[in-house]
Design a protein around this ligand. Structure first.
Ligand SMILES: [Zn+2]
Length: 478
């Protein structure tokens, strides 16, 4: 089983694909660029969705659903928006046996259809804030795709909020970025850098875009979530005005924010190893698997012991699976369950029966513990917490060890051509310098991180050497 996975050190991209396919998370669809999410992958998405949905509701948001087909003219109402999304649009021109009078766009994102409805729903300051989230699929016709990371159709959530003031919209934008950071760090065990996107990397139609950026094990960045302050751009495009408290008429202020099935790609690349997937316990669909280690002459007894233990753990609320298949060898099963990333393996054999114990094995470190039968449930719970923390700590250490400051642009280039990593460097804020570096090294500004916002800028711009105005973090990215 294990040899089906290409080692990370020899081909990182192939390693990733091997895990996605061998752990049965997703498969290629008959339509190029689309993805079939298999039950093990979808179970991860359901857990992500359940937790985030709770966090959105706890911050005052409600769910709604808008149609996936949008009149083409809607997209044209916001100039930057249409320019940004045009190359990726799928358009329906023929339906019901005839050519449509107006082509319909399959949503690449829903600002336009949602703001066309907000125009009907918002009249007064009393209608604000309007805090709506939608769980949906979107389509962006991508030329180069990779399972979970970039697919033509993907699943996501998109929050679309409307506010009575610029300050309130900005506060909402940052609040939701914070929700994403909490989710990534506390649930996915992935440390992230919060920050503002540069002008050229912001969302088409936004005033400001903020992102959370995570470092993968190949030291590339992955943008894990974005939150946009849309200002009054969409309200103006769709003529959404409201009566203010003092009786004036003003355009509404907006935000939008989203994360997608891309998070599953992040989870895989942040934690997994050459044996397969490693799932942070708080998101694991299966927390522990019980595997009886039997020979032909003791299958029945050992299975019964395993079954009793498994049932007991399930009764105590643990998400446990039992693997009683007597056609496969224990070694094969160990590898199989390592491949799918179950955090704790519980082995029981005849010796463990004699000693009234079980053997617990951590997926992340391979550490083995011999635990008395009566203490198994408690120990599994303890291990789940320990693994969750250790995955986060390891990822944070890795990011720290691979974040650099450079003395010169030449040093930066050498680093990006070689080992890679995150580079913190002053940036003069010119588009030209940013574009030249991208052209030259493929590295982009991931964001202008909050954590460096109050750190005095030392030295000149990474590229032109002129006085640096802002700290930026540069990296190659997914
Ligand atoms: Zn510069």
């Amino acid at each position: 089983m294990a040899e089906k996975i290409t080692p990370r050190s020899s081909d990182y991209s192939q390693w990733y694909i091997d895990i996605v396919t061998n752990a049965k998370l997703a498969d290629y669809s008959p339509v190029k660029g689309c993805m079939v999410i298999r039950p093990r992958g979808y179970a991860l998405w359901e857990n992500i969705q359940r937790v985030l949905d709770g966090m959105f509701k706890a911050t005052g948001h409600v769910n709604a659903y808008f149609p996936m087909l949008i009149p083409e003219s809607f997209l044209k109402k916001e100039a930057e928006h249409v320019e940004g999304f045009s190359p990726e649009l799928a358009v329906v021109t023929y339906a019901g046996g005839e050519k449509l009078e107006e082509p319909l766009v399959v949503r690449p994102t829903s600002e336009t259809i949602i703001w066309s409805m907000y125009q009907k729903w918002i009249h007064s300051y009393r209608d604000l804030p309007l805090l709506i989230n939608q769980w949906a699929n979107v389509v962006r016709w991508e030329k180069r795709t990779r399972l979970f990371l970039r697919t033509t159709e993907f699943l996501w959530q998109e929050g679309h909020t409307a506010h009575a003031s610029a300050e309130e919209a900005q506060a909402e934008t940052l609040k939701m970025l914070g929700v994403y950071k909490t989710f990534l760090e506390e649930w996915m065990a992935i440390p992230v850098l919060e920050g503002e996107k540069s002008e050229s990397e912001k969302f088409a139609g936004a005033v400001k875009t903020f992102s959370i950026e995570a470092m993968m094990q190949d030291k590339k960045a992955l943008q894990a979530g974005t939150s946009h302050n849309l200002g009054q751009n969409f309200a103006k495009a769709f003529d959404v005005t409201f009566q203010t408290k003092d009786g004036n008429l003003d355009h509404v202020w907006a935000t939008s924010w989203g994360v997608s099935t891309r998070l599953i790609g992040a989870l895989i690349m942040a934690h997994s190893d050459d044996k397969g997937l490693v799932v942070p316990p708080r998101l694991a669909p299966v927390e522990a698997v019980v595997i009886p280690v039997f020979r032909k002459d003791n299958v029945a007894e050992v299975s019964a012991y395993a079954q009793a233990l498994g049932d007991e753990l399930k009764g105590l609320g643990l998400k446990v699976e039992l693997d009683l298949d007597d056609a496969a060898s224990p070694g094969w099963k160990f590898a199989e369950w390592e491949m799918v990333g179950v955090p704790v393996r519980i082995e029981v054999g005849p010796k463990d029966m004699e000693k009234n114990q079980a053997v617990l094995v951590r997926r992340d470190t391979g550490e083995k513990l011999f635990v008395p039968r009566g203490e198994v449930a408690g120990k599994v719970r303890e291990l789940l917490l320990a693994i969750q923390k250790s995955l986060f700590d390891r990822a944070l250490e890795f990011r720290k060890a691979n974040t650099f400051r450079v003395a010169s642009y030449a040093e930066f280039k050498t680093l990006m051509e070689g080992e890679g990593g995150f580079v913190q460097a002053p940036w003069c804020t010119s588009r030209e310098c940013e574009a030249a570096i991208k052209e030259d090294t493929k590295a982009t500004i991931r964001n202008l991180p909050f954590e460096l916002a109050n750190v005095p800028v030392e030295g000149g711009c990474l590229y032109c050497g002129k006085p640096g105005h802002r700290w930026a973090v540069w990296a190659k990215s997914y």
